[in-house]
Design a protein around this ligand. Structure first.
Ligand code: GLU
Length: 436
């Protein structure tokens, strides 16, 4: 007779995890937008699946002579409105489903901000913190070489993302150019300024986050000079966000990175963390951890901080079913891609927390990537002021459009932003028609 007590428990309803969960959320957002717009099932299916994707093996020769084989992906979700566009991330969490979700979000982001691109994303499953610079260069060059038939200024234009930076883009540009036999500046964006990068690109995502954060605070009737914020992540996005928020008079009360989190020592009405001193500490030590001008807190405490504004600016899925009810901020502005799961989105909405979605909030990066690509293709460089003011105009106008769409349809800002984007992509697709 079967011993029921020791029989394996029936698997709980299979719940996606990791990249599969991220992709399921992205597809659910698309489905909601398709429904709001009254489009048919075929439109959903067309937009739910990537147009093209490639998985490559990257043999990496480590500095000690050993060889490891890594996996990389490049997914082109859609190119109805122009070439693919989107970052390349180096992270141990990378999997194909995650890259598919991120590529889909790039399509919406580019359409929402009306930059003439589709969406794409790439990733290599690797922990860049465990690599020397020489190893990172070898990985980057081999990955670029493997995906080079797919990329190019008119095909698909990579950029930095989690775990990659200007130097990565310089290596990608060089590898592609060596293959082409001439320098192709427009093949990637987010390059160093000395190598065809744009002034204002490095700070663009953070500036954009702060443009919409200030607009959203104003919408809620909050004066930035009396507002408080917590920022999760102190890398390419979070660091500048903390700085520009402080410059706008917002008291930054807590920040975190992969190694720790710190909160301001002063009382609730105080000026918050000294962000300039914190930046100097990070430059000296590589992390916010151990900053003398603050008190150590946990990452979960940071997400639950008693502040007006919370900016998750690290990775996806950090606000989930298990912690969304603890969020005390009135406003969440998504500096990262996909930081709020669908379950958390629902919990936050129930509690009246306003969430400004990633495809709007962090679009400053791809906007200035577009400016960089335009400048590279024309071989004519703009001033920093020109870049900054065009960035501000685009971010504010997108915020106005998303808010109007949300009021028109009585939906949250994510559904408003996604539906505007899906509408634009579908219009382009319908005008082009199906071939054959
Ligand atoms: N990786 C950034 C993003 O997720 C920038 C992409 C780009 O500039 O192409 O938006």
């Amino acid at each position: 007779m079967e011993d029921r007590a020791s029989a394996p428990a029936a698997p709980a309803a299979a719940r996606p995890v990791g990249g599969a969960a991220t992709l399921a959320d992205a597809r659910a957002q698309l489905a909601a937008a398709v429904e709001l717009l009254g489009y048919d099932r075929g439109t959903y299916e067309l937009l739910a699946a990537p147009r093209r994707e490639v998985t490559v093996s990257i043999p990496l020769r480590r500095d000690d002579g050993s060889v490891e084989v890594l996996t990389g992906h490049r997914v082109q979700h859609n190119y109805s409105r122009g070439p693919g566009k989107g970052g390349v991330r180096f992270s141990p969490q990378v999997d194909l489903d995650e890259v598919r979700a991120l590529a889909m979000w790039m399509t919406w982001k580019c359409a929402l901000l009306d930059v003439p691109y589709g969406g794409a994303k790439g990733g290599v499953r690797i922990d860049p913190r465990q690599c020397s610079t020489a190893e990172l260069e070898r990985v980057t060059r081999r990955f670029t070489s493997e995906i080079s038939p797919l990329i190019g200024p008119t095909q698909d234009v990579p950029a930095p993302d989690v775990g990659t930076d200007e130097q990565t883009m310089a290596w990608m540009m060089d590898t592609y150019s060596v293959g082409a036999g001439h320098t192709v500046l427009g093949v990637v964006t987010g390059k160093p300024v000395a190598l065809g990068g744009s002034l204002g690109r490095a700070s663009a995502t953070s500036r954009g986050v702060v443009h919409v954060a200030l607009a959203a605070l104003g919408h809620l009737g909050l004066d930035p000079r009396r507002s408080t914020a917590a920022v999760q992540g102190f890398g390419k996005v979070g660091r500048g966000t903390a700085r520009f928020l402080a410059e706008a008079g917002v008291a930054v009360r807590a920040v975190s990175d992969q190694d720790g989190a710190v909160a301001a020592l002063d009382g609730a009405g105080g000026p918050g963390l000294d962000v300039a001193a914190l930046e100097a500490h990070v430059d000296a030590t590589g992390s916010v951890a151990g900053f003398r001008g603050g008190v150590r807190v946990t990452g979960e405490e940071l997400l639950a901080a008693d502040v007006d504004l919370l900016v998750p600016a690290a990775v996806e899925g950090v606000l989930h079913e298990g912690n969304a009810a603890d969020v005390r901020a009135r406003l969440v502005v998504e500096g990262a891609n996909g930081p709020t799961t669908a379950a958390a989105d629902a919990l936050l909405a129930e509690r009246g927390v306003l969430v400004v979605p990633d495809i709007l909030a962090n679009a400053g990066g791809v906007i200035v990537s577009y400016f960089e690509w335009v400048q590279a293709n024309q071989a004519y460089w703009w001033s920093e002021d020109e870049v900054e003011s065009r960035l501000a105009d685009r971010m504010t106008s997108a915020w106005d459009q998303v808010l109007a769409q949300s009021q028109r349809h009585g939906v949250d800002l994510r559904a408003a932003a996604t539906s505007l984007a899906v509408q634009r992509v579908t219009e382009a697709h319908v005008l082009r028609g199906l071939y054959p």
